[in-house]
Design a protein around this ligand. Structure first.
Ligand code: TPP
Length: 597
């Protein structure tokens, strides 16, 4: 830990020699391993980006220069060197530092991160703002090969290439998304990587000749032209250059000295440039290097093991696929997180990983449904926000039978504000033709999946990562009807949405508890029976605006003798543990009892 304590600021970092920088990189790596093993977090991605981050900070000056991290899950080294070293042990803990770039946390985080493929657009925006305001600084986007598969990245490249704005794109190519990267772009990068020896030769040659007296610059010019010709022979497709973005690489992304040289060479170029760095995900930690997928994201040591909805999904989808050949599964680079691994093994020809492309996944699934298949798109709630228009325009307008299996719904804990799945009931609830179900446990999810097979319209089933208890089955009614799980002699009712809310509600005495498992459409039969003088409390792991409670309140808006109280979130939830998020929103016994009085 020789340099961990000594490097207190970026100027300390810049004062290190190349040798010292290499030792410091190892210190940083050890601390990252140590903290992430306790607190959870994105281990492999961060181990792979230590050197490139140190090199960036060695050459550029934040916050004057702007570094935009794509997804931002790989920004731990950046956090450590930008004044957050002493808080690093509280990574991803409430009151500690976020696992993603967060401008409100530190001025060196130039842009929010969490969702993939946004950095090129954000960086271009910053560059345009800089120029229009007559300012002078560098803008650097750091984007992974996985994040490069998202549609926004191509929209940005299209714009960047034409605009010719001065900006630097660092492509961190570790051949992996969470799983091994997929798609034609990934294949293209593999071809570029094969040209590696050439790139090294080119770099060394250029450095050598530019040092020659008198003729050095001319030779460099000649070399540049020859190099471009050579390159067009060696590389059949100069994708970036054809888009107007100067390409350099591929280079070894762990050779900190070389990367510093490269950044120094390009930082004054007055046009968009892309530096292609090849890195190892999990670099320097054997187990993480060998199994980068498992070490992509670790859960905190303290997390209690409960039942996983994703496992139920995996098993049941395989069963459905056995009996119905129309069943196909779609993921946007989240095969393991959403429970589809088994399906991918058993039905490879009916499994589709479309890369980090949620919008495309939605419309592609709509096409599959139109073509006679029964697609299931398994996706995290917050990432499905990307496909909002596609759900409206491509799925629901034509009433197509696409089933959305929405995992990580509700508050998510340590991933924090960018990953909360608390908007889906609102944005799905407002779309005509969409049906929205929320299971109370694994058995009910099975029932809903069974129901989905014959349901011939858009359907969303939303659930958090896990459930802790299995409820008794009390109703044989269809899953679109609400289920009274506790009946008592009272005119007070809790309408609870999903397992988390039911778990909390079941701790409250003397109140009727209803499993409001079909959020859309509302169970009008049940609602029409509510008598005057009743109090209804709705509970949902979702924002209040446009949510379930808002719909129930609207239903009763004319009935002045029925009191409706709604519990949910007021806005963004900036917490990194689930219990604090629930408590702060008032999902605790004392508050619920007060509201029911
Ligand atoms: C819109 C969106 N979809 C999915 C994810 C989940 N996710 C986080 S990191 C990641 C892989 C990113 O791969 P890459 O950019 O190559 O970075 P690496 O982890 O390999 O360094 C994915 C799919 C996300 N953050 N945002």
């Amino acid at each position: 830990m020789a340099y961990w304590e000594k490097v207190n600021s970026i100027s300390d970092l810049k004062a290190l020699s190349m040798k010292e920088l290499e030792v410091y990189a190892e210190d940083v790596r050890e601390h990252i391993i140590d903290v992430v093993q306790k607190n959870g977090g994105h281990l492999a991605s961060n181990l792979g980006s230590v050197e490139l981050t140190l090199a960036l900070h060695y050459v550029f000056d934040v916050p004057h220069d702007k570094i935009v991290w794509d997804v931002g899950h790989q920004s731990y080294t950046h956090k450590i060197v930008t004044g957050r070293r002493d808080k690093f042990s509280d990574l991803r803990k409430n009151g500690g530092i976020s696992g993603f770039p967060k401008p409100s946390e530190n001025e060196c985080d130039s842009f929010i991160g969490g969702h993939s493929s946004t950095s090129l657009s954000a960086a271009l925006g910053l560059a345009r703002a800089r120029d229009l305001r007559g300012e002078n600084f560098n803008v650097v986007s750091v984007i992974g090969d996985g994040a490069m598969t998202g549609g926004m990245a191509y929209e940005a490249i299209n714009d960047i290439g034409e605009s010719q704005e001065k900006m630097i794109i660092v492509l961190n190519d570790n051949k992996m998304s969470i799983s091994p990267n997929v798609g034609a772009f990934s294949n293209y990068l593999a071809r570029l990587r094969l040209s590696k020896p050439y790139a090294k030769f080119k770099h060394n040659l250029k450095r050598g000749v530019s040092a020659l007296p008198f003729f050095g610059d001319k030779l460099v010019g000649m070399f540049e032209r020859t190099r471009d010709n050579l390159k067009s022979i060696i590389l059949s497709n100069k994708l970036f250059e054809n888009f107007g973005i100067k390409y350099y690489g591929p280079f070894d992304g762990h050779n900190v000295k070389n990367i510093i040289d490269i950044f120094n060479q390009v930082k004054d170029e007055n046009r968009p440039v892309l530096i292609h760095l090849v890195t190892n995900k999990g670099n320097g930690y054997d187990v993480a290097e060998t199994d980068a997928e498992r070490f992509h994201g670790l859960s905190p040591k303290s997390e209690n093991k409960s039942f996983c909805f994703a496992e139920v999904v995996g098993d049941k989808l395989c069963e459905l696929a056995q009996k119905d050949s129309r069943v196909v599964a779609v993921t946007a680079a989240m095969k393991s997180g959403t429970g589809l691994e088994k399906f991918f093994e058993q039905f490879p020809e009916r499994s589709f990983d479309v890369a980090i492309a949620e919008q495309h996944a939605v419309t592609m699934a709509a096409g599959m449904a139109k073509g006679g298949l029964k697609p299931y798109f398994a996706v995290y709630s917050s990432f499905l926000q990307r496909g909002f228009d596609q759900i409206i325009h491509d799925v629901c307008l034509d009433n197509l039978p696409v089933t959305f299996l929405i995992d990580r719904a509700g508050v998510v804990g340590a991933d924090g504000i960018t990953h909360q799945g608390i908007m889906d009931l609102s944005y799905l609830g407002m779309i005509p033709n969409m049906t929205v179900l929320t299971p109370k446990d694994g058995d009910e999810l099975n029932e809903m999946l069974e129901f989905s097979l014959t349901f011939n319209a858009p359907l969303a089933i939303r659930y958090p990562k896990s459930f802790t208890m299995q409820y008794d089955k009390v109703s044989v009614a269809p899953v679109t009807d609400w289920e009274t799980v506790r009946k008592c002699d009272s005119k007070k009712y809790i309408l609870a949405v999903g397992n988390r809310m039911l778990d909390i509600a079941s701790r409250i005495d003397n109140v009727n508890i209803v499993n409001a498992r079909c959020v859309k459409p509302l169970d009008l039969k049940w609602l029409s029976k509510v008598e005057g003088g009743s109090t209804i409390l709705t509970m949902e792991d979702n924002v209040l605006a446009g949510g379930f409670g808002a719909c129930v309140a609207k239903y009763f808006s004319e009935k002045k003798d029925i009191k409706v109280v709604t519990l949910g979130y007021d806005g963004f939830v900036d917490n990194m543990d689930i219990q604090s998020s629930l408590n702060e929103a008032g999902f605790c016994e004392s508050n619920i009892k007060k509201l029911l009085k």
